[in-house]
Design a protein around this ligand. Structure first.
Ligand code: NCD
Ligand code: ZN
Length: 473
């Protein structure tokens, strides 16, 4: 027996435990995690002394703009950025042009991303109301990771791109779907057993309140939040929870930004309903108070809210209400973001800076290293039905491994990012804790910040529906 890779001397983090063990890899799979020295030569030996060795990190929320507005980002860039940031799998969002709205477009997207991927990937399917209700079951059979609905967004009639600053009456626009449409989508997705995951912001309220602040001449960040307040998220989350109770769909709240919406999810979970929620680093590490320093790059939907929301969201991380942390990597160009807060698009890069930010939180004592692995690898894999193939170190599963140096200092710098766009709210953030190796199915795709992987190596991940949602909690 010869081994492909052997990782020695590291501290392994898995299922709430930290222990010293070596990891043996053969034919893209974990061979063993053991304290014994196994027989056989190893083609590659990685000395992880002083480092933590864990299941490969998963980013479940990535918008790579590919195909479509690839001048902002493309899949080669976003998956290089992922590799650089310790991420071994990304789940690609479906708001591309064309969107992943039909089985044909699923196949096209798989072929397109396949040639570019540095890491493994799952594909989200989009829900576009009556426009693709008939394709939901076929998308499920193709192997989408889950179904995404941009609740509250209008989309462009031809490209299906999101309208970030929508006003009723705009031309070539499909206006936001109404609650009846949403109910119908939930009924359809419920049959698949997969997640119905929503961007949760109530358009009616946003229109009314945004018009009101505009009439008063308000154009500050506080005005933006006043136009898209916590209530906008809460209304949608509450409506969604009630409809999920009625339809039996597994309801997932994407990128929660407010304490109130989180509290609603917590209550629903206590009642035994299958409602889950994620958040992102910008809601954990930023608040409205950071806007004067960060500026328009910070504009994201839902907007980053107040310090009290940031504190509440940390509470959801520590008590387990929040299943996992993902980036909502949503690049736009510097020129697009460098304008009036009111007219620029929402979103920023995140896939590369997420793990360092969360490792810094480990060093600050906000979470433990086992929490980190739960939030970034184990729970995302369980929630989406790819566990234990992904998110575990079990023998026989994919050898996706992230190695981190918790003592290493780094300053996040926009110019160092591997994405096409360098738009980040975290430029100049000093962190302690950095991924030093990213290993995808036994292949080292990043070492000490250098990309060592190859374009086209990444493969599609398909979930096992029956396994989806078997979360730890
Ligand atoms: C995302 C995008 O640009 O694709 N933008 C954002 O502000 N989060 C869309 C989304 O997830 O809402
Ligand atoms: Zn969103």
């Amino acid at each position: 027996m010869t081994w492909d890779v052997k990782i020695i001397n590291g501290k392994v983090v898995s299922n709430g435990d930290v222990f010293e063990a070596d990891i043996y890899v053969k034919d893209e799979k974990i061979g063993a995690v053991t304290t014994e020295t196994l027989e056989g030569e190893s083609a590659q030996v990685i000395d992880a002394k002083g480092k933590y060795v864990m299941p490969g990190l998963i980013d479940t929320h990535v918008h790579s703009r590919d195909p479509g507005p690839t001048y902002k980002e493309d899949f080669a860039h976003s998956t290089r950025a992922a590799a650089a940031g310790g991420i071994t799998s990304v789940f690609e969002m479906p708001n591309t042009t064309p969107p992943v709205n039909s089985p044909e477009n699923f196949d096209l997207q798989q072929q397109n991303l396949q040639q570019k991927a540095y890491v493994d990937f799952g594909l989200w399917g989009i829900c576009l109301g009556s426009l693709n209700l008939e394709h939901i079951q076929a998308l499920n059979e193709k192997g989408v990771i889950g179904f995404k609905f941009f609740w509250g967004y209008a989309v462009h009639k031809e490209t299906f791109q999101l309208m970030y600053n929508y006003k009723p009456g705009m031309e070539n626009v499909i206006p936001p779907f109404d609650d009846g449409d949403v109910y119908e989508m939930m009924e359809e997705v419920a049959k698949t057993g997969k997640l119905f995951a929503v961007h949760a912001e109530n358009n009616d309220l946003i229109q009314k309140l945004t018009n009101r602040v505009e009439e008063q001449g308000g154009r500050t960040y506080e005005d933006l939040v006043a136009g898209r307040p916590n209530l906008a998220e809460l209304l949608t989350v509450n409506t969604g929870i009630e409809m999920a109770k009625a339809t039996g769909v597994r309801f997932h709240v994407l990128h929660v930004s407010s304490g109130e919406a989180l509290e609603s999810v917590r209550t629903a979970q206590a009642g035994g309903y299958p409602v889950t929620v994620e958040t992102c680093p910008h809601y954990l590490f930023l608040s409205n108070e950071d806007y004067p320093e960060v500026g328009p790059q910070m504009k994201v939907y839902p907007p980053v809210k107040y310090k009290k929301d940031q504190d509440a969201i940390w509470g959801g991380i520590t008590d387990g209400t929040i299943s996992h942390v993902c980036s909502d990597h949503a690049p736009h160009t510097e020129e697009e973001k460098d304008g009036d807060l009111w007219s620029i698009p929402a979103g920023m890069c995140g896939v590369e800076s997420m793990a360092p930010l969360m490792l810094n939180a480990v060093n600050e004592g906000k979470i433990t290293i086992t929490d980190f692995v739960r939030l970034m690898a184990e729970e995302p894999a369980r929630l989406f039905g790819v566990y234990p193939q992904k998110g575990s170190l079990q023998a026989g599963t994919d050898a996706d491994i992230t190695i981190v140096d918790l003592d290493k200092d780094m300053v996040i710098k926009r110019e160092d990012l591997h994405s096409k766009s360098k738009v980040t709210a975290f430029d100049g953030f000093a962190v302690k804790g950095v991924p030093t190796e990213t290993i995808v199915r036994g292949k080292v795709v990043m070492k000490d910040g250098e990309i060592t992987g190859e374009q086209g190596y990444g493969r599609l991940i398909k979930p096992v529906a029956e396994k989806a949602g078997q979360t730890q909690a």
